[in-house]
Design a protein around this ligand. Structure first.
Ligand SMILES: [Zn+2]
Length: 1026
């Protein structure tokens, strides 16, 4: 190539030539004589700077009514989480005509500029945004005087961690505005600086084995020779050298990088929910400004909740966004309400994430998202592919598995096959980031790291500051524009997720398939951290389930009963919000935990009221005690009922999805509890026989009919164990493999096991243990008549630092794999540590139960609010409490209450109703009052035990129509008949968004609705009632 005349001589000293070019654009060295030093021209102070400090986050209209006082740059304000509003009067010197004029604003708090009552741009030093453009070329007739408001939040992009990013926030941090002045901005210097930066980076990134790197080296060196920083007349020649280099094209086979603007905003993390609303305002206002100047700029944005926030807080900005959505530049993605945790939400919760998300995107923008977008969560359930497909989504983008600590995930582009065989096209951007900066390094990494070379020739490059918001900058766009087709670098195309996935799908013949869950080998402490949040989630999932079932039935029975659709939507959205991927995992600051617990309290209060309304409609104003069963099978249980001011135990039999009066009934076999001479206590109910040691451990647990002992010889069940729990960095997130070496049984008995109560219906044995000076455990071991499991109602006063409490059951079962409940199904994980893939799963997640079975016998461990499990060889372990100190310094301190249960069983867990028992433990029978003539009645029953009727709700905006959601829970192919007492006119299959499939009416027979199921299949029906 001919790049013009070179200055001579050029020695073969790569290092000095490269560093010379670097120093020429350095913002630290030689700025007195280098190019960087020429970026800004004249400056002038702002005319007037005034401020007003607000402890609360207040709207603009309220802020501007306050009394503003004079403020000097450099003065401090704060503390953390307050807001300083600035009124800034500007007067641009008339001598600056035809110059580019910026307001230079450097502050350590995140700022938002308001102009004429509208948010116009975010300013954050950390996010490389310190300039607000007043004019690109100042004209005579433009206003030279201007009044701006600048809202400065007293927090940085990443909150206000004391000492380190994830440390608990420093509540006393003070902030300041270091610079507030008008400057003349030299755009020609900026453009040349960007050329230089890209050339220098090409030299460095391609390295000394690549001839292209040397071509860049000599070109950039000559650019330095040609350019005199003090003489802008020399710039064009330097620029044309760079342009000629950038325009040397690639061959046809080059990889394509699909550059997509992005701004990952955690809905709450190191800052509270309320601050996220403002992060959205700041980041998206900036994006809209960039779109005005760059018509090809495309930006993707997930989380319907954040759009909803912006809609209600910044309606002006929201309507600008709607315009850019129409133009195809601002692209809503993901289809969910928030970017939720991928492990812990229940199956129905995950469906609701998509239902609420997709419905919102459709209502506001007239679109349904085609891709699920979850770059930053801590593992992905094996049921997600089916849930995505059911929500109109067949593409998936994430990257978090690049964080695996042990094994490198083998693909970047592949088909992900879920539990039921559903497949989605999946892409992990090979750059392993969702916040690239459009730099050369991002592009070369994308090609080098791609593990599907030769199979997939397209990748995503997501650029823009993220996590704490911020988003793309003009500089990132300028970088990418220069190298759209530059020999040696991937081809760069400003693109959309749709274009990316279409390109990948059209060349997908060689792609591999990964079957089953995407397990993240890191952050495994998040199944346990912040136990109250986990408990709130589980309880509220079960409460909203019951409210929907009871309200659906009440609306069917009583025309005057109004189904509380709006209130339910509001409560669901709160629950879904708390499932955000730093809230339900417990990886957030204390302020967020407080908000989350308050939301759960709101759901509990309002949900209980709704349930009461529905149940009293069902009871039709009677006064005899009755119970309601929301689950699709008959239940026979001991419950506590209130009768004439007394609380008494009763054995009740309640039909499936129905109710029955409480009638005195005798158990076939009464429960007995007998203290033994050796200090142990024997508990029996005709199904189980257990011996409780003085220290609360189980010496024996026997299935009475077969005489089979469930516990391993010479071992004790219900053994509490304490571990040291000091991770490498991510405190709330991580439990490391080495913690297993620090196991210490809890042995100090405060109060030995003794009979607390003895009734033919229920026996309770209580004991308490001391874990440490301040931490104690008090437990009631409860055996109910006719109940196949032994319950452990547990109270812990927990005051620890970096400890992990678990409970162990070493069982007499030998099996290479254990089974764990997940969303709408279950899966197996190994109980051995053969390979690195096996031992990396030393701590795993599961929902209501885990089971270890051999042929014809097994033991299940049930729980009412825990998610962390492990089974190694014969020992089943449930994770109970952790004590991390960052980012919440008080995580999990205080008292806790939870229940787990052990259930030995003959046959398989499917045959012995483990799944049903776990549901029963999580969905208590609900008391109500009926007239004494009420016969037991049921509304639904299912002919196959394999099929669970999970959800009964009113269809969205369709009157007299119910949605039923069922799933196959055993892993079998079955036909099931749904029998109902409701007057069904028509039944239709529908998708998870409740869109009727006109080609698939459900088969109505005299027995009911006949349905076919394949293993773990989810089926949704619309029942149109007469
Ligand atoms: Zn995140």
């Amino acid at each position: 190539m001919s790049l013009g005349m070179y200055h001579q001589p050029v020695l073969k000293n790569r290092r000095t030539l490269l560093e010379r070019a670097e120093k020429f654009i350095s913002d630290i060295y030689f700025t007195d004589c280098n190019l960087r030093g020429r970026l800004h021209g004249e400056s002038c102070p702002v005319e007037k700077l005034e401020s007003f400090l607000s402890p609360k986050r207040i709207p603009f209209t309220e802020a501007i009514k306050q009394n503003f006082a004079p403020h000097k740059a450099g003065e401090s304000f704060g503390p953390t989480w307050s807001t300083c509003w600035f009124r800034v009067a500007l007067n641009v010197p008339s001598s600056w005509s035809s110059k580019e004029v910026h307001l230079l604003w450097e502050s350590d708090g995140e700022a938002l500029v308001w102009r004429d009552g509208q948010p116009v741009q975010g300013l954050t030093k950390e996010g490389e945004k310190t300039s607000y453009v007043i004019s690109e070329s100042l004209q005579e007739d433009e206003p030279h005087s201007l009044l701006l408001y600048i809202e400065v939040a007293c927090n940085g992009l990443f909150g206000a961690g004391q000492g380190s990013m994830i440390a608990a926030p420093d509540p006393k941090r003070m902030f300041s505005v270091q610079k507030a002045e008008l400057i003349v901005f030299h755009r020609n210097v900026q453009e040349l600086l960007t050329d230089f930066e890209m050339m220098v980076d090409i030299v460095k990134e391609l390295g000394d084995e690549d001839q292209r790197s040397f071509q860049a080296l000599y070109t950039v060196n000559e650019m330095v020779n040609l350019c005199d920083p003090s003489d802008p007349g020399t710039f064009p020649r330097a620029r044309s050298l760079a342009t000629a280099f950038f325009n040397q094209r690639n061959g046809q086979s080059q990889h394509t990088a699909h550059a997509i603007g992005h701004c990952h905003i955690d809905s709450a993390w190191l800052w509270p929910y309320e601050e996220t609303i403002r992060k959205c305002g700041r980041s998206w206002a900036t994006v809209v400004r960039l779109m005005e100047k760059n018509p090809t700029f495309v930006f993707t944005c997930s989380q319907a909740q954040q759009f909803q926030w912006v809609k209600s807080w910044y309606p002006g900005l929201f309507s600008e966004i709607q315009q850019f959505v129409k133009k195809g530049q601002f692209i809503p993605v993901g289809g969910t309400w928030v970017e939720m945790d991928g492990n812990l939400p229940s199956g129905e919760s995950m469906v609701r994430q998509f239902l609420e998300g997709q419905r919102f995107f459709n209502q506001e923008f007239g679109i349904y998202c085609k891709e699920f977008w979850l770059p930053d969560t801590f593992g992905y359930s094996a049921q997600l592919p089916q849930i995505m497909q059911g929500s109109g989504i067949s593409n998936f983008l994430t990257q978090k598995l690049s964080w695996n600590l042990v094994n490198t995930f083998p693909h970047n582009t592949f088909f992900w096959e879920g539990l039921d065989g559903s497949k989605v096209l999946t892409h992990f951007p090979p750059g392993n980031s969702y916040e690239m900066k459009g730099k050369v390094e991002d592009l070369t990494k994308t090609v080098k790291n791609n593990k599907d070379k030769g199979r997939a020739n397209h990748s995503a490059v997501l650029f823009g500051f993220g996590d704490g918001g911020g988003g793309p900058t003009q500089l990132m766009l300028d970088r990418l524009r220069r190298v759209q087709d530059t020999d040696g670098l991937p081809r760069v195309r400003m693109s959309t997720p749709d274009a990316l996935f279409s390109a990948l799908r059209s060349e997908s013949e060689l792609l591999c398939t990964w079957s089953g869950e995407l397990f993240l080998e890191l952050h495994n402490g998040t199944y346990t951290t912040e136990a109250q949040i986990k408990r709130g989630n589980r309880e509220c999932e079960s409460l909203l389930h019951d409210v929907e079932v009871a309200s659906s039935l009440a609306a069917c029975r009583d025309e005057s009963f109004a189904y509380p659709a709006e209130k339910l939507r509001e409560l669901w959205r709160l629950l879904l919000l708390n499932q955000f991927h730093d809230v339900i995992p417990g990886s957030c600051i204390e302020l967020v935990v407080e908000d989350a617990l308050r939301y759960y309290e709101d759901i509990r209060n309002s949900g209980s009221r709704l349930l009461k309304n529905a149940l009293s409609a069902l009871g039709s104003g009677g006064s005899s005690p009755a119970v309601f069963n929301s689950l699709p099978w008959e239940r026979h249980e001991v419950i506590r009922v209130h009768r004439e001011g007394d609380s008494v135990l009763a054995l009740v039999q309640v039909p499936s999805v129905g109710l029955a009066l409480v009638r005195p009934a005798e158990p076939l076999t009464p429960v007995s509890v007998t203290p033994q001479a050796d200090g142990t206590v024997l508990m029996e109910n005709g199904i189980l026989r257990s011996v409780v040691n003085k220290d609360g451990t189980l010496a024996s647990l026997c299935l009475v009919t077969s005489g089979r002992e469930a516990l391993l010889d010479g071992h004790k069940g219900n053994q509490f164990v304490l571990f040291d729990d000091v991770p490498l960095y991510w405190d709330a997130w991580d439990v490391m493999d080495y913690h297993l070496q620090t196991r210490k049984p809890v042995v100090e008995v405060v109060q030995a096991a003794h009979v607390l109560s003895s009734d033919p219906l229920r026996a309770t044995v209580r004991f308490s243990l001391r874990v440490s000076e301040k931490t104690t455990i008090t437990q009631d071991i409860v055996l109910d008549a006719m109940c196949p499991y032994l319950k452990f109602n547990t109270q812990v006063v927990w005051e620890e630092s970096h400890k992990f409490l678990k409970v162990e059951f070493p069982v007499r079962v030998h099996s290479p794999s254990a089974t764990y409940e997940i969303q709408f199904g279950h899966l197996q994980r190994p109980t051995h540590r053969n390979t690195s893939w096996d031992w990396a799963r030393f701590e795993v997640w599961g929902h209501k139960w885990a089971d270890l079975s051999e042929h014809n016998f097994g033991v299940a461990l049930l729980n009412d609010c825990k998610y962390g499990h492990s089974v190694f060889k014969n020992t089943m372990t449930l994770s109970l409490l952790r004590a991390p100190k960052a980012p919440d310094a008080h995580a999990d301190m205080g008292s806790h209450q939870f229940t787990y249960a052990i259930m030995p069983h003959a046959g398989s867990f499917q045959e012995s109703s483990v799944i049903q028992c776990a549901y029963n433990m999580n969905c208590p029978l609900r008391p109500l009052q009926c007239s004494p003539q009420t016969g037991p009645w049921r509304t639904f029953s299912v002919s196959s035990a394999a099929v669970v009727l999970e959800t009964i709700k009113q269809a969205e905006e369709q009157s007299r129509t119910l949605v039923l959601r069922l799933y196959e829970s055993h892993g079998s192919t079955v036909t099931a008949t749904i029998c109902t007492s409701l007057p069904v006119k028509e039944a239709w299959h529908c998708d998870l968004l409740e869109r009727r499939d006109q080609s698939r009416p459900a088969q109505l027979t005299t027995q009911g609705i006949r349905l076919q199921f394949e293993p773990f299949q989810i089926v949704s029906l619309l029942l149109v009632l007469r």
